[in-house]
Design a binder for this molecule. Structure first.
Ligand code: G3I
Length: 420
């Protein structure tokens, strides 16, 4: 079992010979991102890799997370909401046109159920991660039934258990030159622009409870490219809404950069325009890429944390922002350290540090920036007001005051002003 407390990340501490011994700070139990999110009524969580999660359960008398490997433990302790990073994409679910492999997705739902976590679904319709057979099998004649059957099978299987579905992912790509901004994707080529409405209406029938979401990236900044894309995303969402298509949320992925322009007024206006339509907004895939930022790990950490702080302080106070997920929980398993693309590789060869926990499962400055922003987003109650006081270090393993967590009483109801 790991020590109940962890030391502050190195950029927060002076690691000099003779420097004072690092103070220990807890980031677990009531001090976790999950508990701080629950305290303000905001589901906070991350993308997870089901294949890496241990589903063995705790031994009698053990608390949630105890006895697990660091990845599993951190996901249990820190996430109140999960999304499969890859396991619910077409390529993973559909080995052949006529068969499904639900094993990793089923595992994620079982895991989340055991630990009282919500689950987002990602995704039902996307131009990427289509299985190899798709290009040779899908035709204009069968594409509609392929899409409809897929959504019926997948959304239907998990109906009633999904917080929100990314029904259509990344459908806008302004450089493709269409006046409606739609990406020239396989779905567009096969079915025309109506594929988007088809996906949403089919998903609504398959899972009437999930919040149906349009999810996209590069819509956070006020650069020319982001402004143009954001405008097309908003127009698309407005068209769907005006036609009575069942859409309840917009996902702002939030893959941000440590250097360069920062998000500002534009993303706020998108969130507020969504609110006017009664739509929720989720920060669905946040991380901060520092490939272009020269300098030490400490400098990376400081810049990354500053982006978390500034961005989340900007968007989280908006009342229709209803969930916050990072794209992974640890730098040990981030797509930014797996990709060999120029936009992911640092010139010094160092690994990126885009997430709340580093390669060694130490909290990064981004963790504290994120937790602070969550606290100040809707600050009705301090965690101490809703969590049992710590008795000894073992209590740091205590499950979290999230309704549904095993073995924990539900926290007192939040005041109406918080719940809205
Ligand atoms: O699992 C195979 C492995 O067997 C094989 O040896 C290896 C060789 O390349 O590939 C592995 O699959 C990779 C997979 O990630 C798991 O690591 C795929 O090649 C790779 O393409 C895939 O990348 C994922 C990417 O989506 C796919 O487009 C990333 O993990 C995932 O983080 C990323 O997530 C997307 C969201 O879905 C949508 N928004 C953007 C976000 C980041 O790109």
């Amino acid at each position: 079992m790991m020590a109940a407390s962890v030391s502050l990340s190195r950029s927060l501490l002076a690691l000099r010979p003779g420097a004072p011994v690092a103070p220990k700070v807890s980031v677990r139990g009531p001090d976790s991102l999950r508990a701080h999110g629950a305290a303000v009524g905001l589901p906070v969580g991350c993308a997870a890799v089901p294949e890496l999660l241990e589903l063995t359960g705790e031994r009698a008398g053990e608390r949630a997370g105890e006895g697990h490997d660091p990845y599993t433990r951190t996901v249990i302790e820190q996430a109140g909401i999960l999304v499969a990073e890859n396991s619910m994409k077409w390529s993973r679910l559909r080995p052949t046109p006529t068969t499904f492999d639900f094993a990793p997705a089923d595992k994620l739902f079982e895991f989340a159920g055991r630990y009282g976590q919500l689950v987002r679904g990602h995704n039902l319709c996307w131009h990427e991660q289509l299985p190899p057979w798709f290009a040779t099998t899908a035709t204009k004649e069968n594409a509609e039934s392929l899409l409809v059957q897929h959504i019926q099978a997948v959304a239907g299987r998990y109906a009633g258990r999904v917080h929100s579905w990314d029904v259509v992912n990344e459908a806008i790509h302004v450089p493709d030159g269409r006046s409606d901004g739609l990406r020239k994707s396989p779905w567009l080529a096969l079915l025309g622009p109506e594929y988007i409405e088809l996906a949403f209406t089919t998903a609504a029938k398959a899972d009437p409870q999930a919040k149906l979401t349009y999810n996209d990236y590069d819509i956070e900044l006020d650069t020319e490219e982001h402004v143009a894309k954001r405008a097309q995303v908003l127009l698309l969402v407005r068209r769907l809404h005006a036609r009575g298509i069942p859409i309840q949320a917009v996902g702002i992925q939030s893959h941000l950069q440590a250097s360069g322009p920062r998000p500002g007024a534009g993303v706020l206006s998108l969130i507020r325009e969504a609110a006017k339509m009664g739509l929720e907004v989720y920060i669905t895939e946040m991380d901060v890429n520092s490939h272009a930022l020269p300098g030490s790990a400490d400098l990376q950490d400081a810049a990354v944390a500053d982006v978390y702080k500034q961005y989340l302080n900007l968007v989280l106070p908006e009342p229709n922002v209803k969930a916050l997920l990072t794209w992974g929980i640890t730098d040990a398993h981030t797509w930014l350290n797996q990709s060999k693309q120029p936009w992911a590789l640092r010139s010094d060869g160092a690994r990126q540090r885009p997430l709340p926990f580093d390669d060694s499962y130490e909290p990064t400055p981004a963790f504290f920036a994120m937790r602070g922003a969550v606290d100040s987003a809707r600050r009705p109650l301090a965690p101490a007001d809703i969590m049992a006081p710590e008795k000894d270090s073992k209590d740091l393993y205590a499950p979290f005051a999230v309704p549904g967590s095993p073995g924990v009483a539900a926290p007192p109801a939040l005041p109406a002003s918080v719940v809205e």
